[in-house]
Design a protein around this ligand. Sequence first.
Ligand code: SAH
Length: 253
Amino acid sequence: MVHFVGAGPGAPDLITQRGAALLQAADCIIYAGSLVNPALLGLAKAGCAIYNSAEMTLEQVLDVMRRMEAAGKTTVRLHTGDPCLYGAIREQMDVLDAEGIPYDDTPGVSSFCGAAAALNAEYTLPTVSQTVIITRMEGRTPVPEKEKLASLASHGATMVIFLSIGLVDKVQEALLAGGAYTAETPAAVVYKATWPEQKTVRCTVGTLAESVHAAHITKTALIVVGGFLGQNYERSKLYDPAFTTAFRKGTDQ
Ligand code: SAH
């Protein structure tokens, strides 16, 4: 059996209890070495085979899984954050399906949640934005035509931009080209959220690129943008004394 497991954003105690138990029981761990905190490998039992997928191709990863399965062993495929975002799990699962190798998936805390925590921020503030756009800037990996950053930025919603810190000048340009954010719209960059070396930089869309360069951030960072980082919002209906909910009678009744 193969268990896909979300490692969480960095801090080793942010893996789920289920994920930790699977790591402890695994005969083999294939971890995404570019981003997963190696401290998690300390959970492995003695004799566990450990592979760093950063140095492997999809074919090599699948070969290890096949060999383990044939020997009746359990493999954990450890992905950073939650495997469902930029995890390249589908291409693994499709082969496992075709070959009848059973697997399951254990979620993890995505880095976009770790980044919000680092900023003490709520992405979905009433009257500011009720939508979070998770995306990336196109680079060597293309994005579909309708998902170009400038076009997504035209909504003015909260945006979380993965995998793009090295292209921050182009990101800034595209965010402004969308027409909904201005140079004054708040933005922030979170480097290595939840790791001991975590760094946060608060800026605006207009100062995004220069702020990232000044902080010497070149990898493992998220760019977040939107009015949710600003001062103005309305309080929630849910906790408004006047508002009746299924659990509480409000003064408006
Ligand atoms: N599945 C992962 C994302 C993998 S893509 C998740 O759910 O978080 C890799 C990108 O995620 C990095 O380029 C960076 O943009 C972001 N990332 C991963 N871990 C991060 C962290 N601890 N802090 C900030 N960004 C992180």
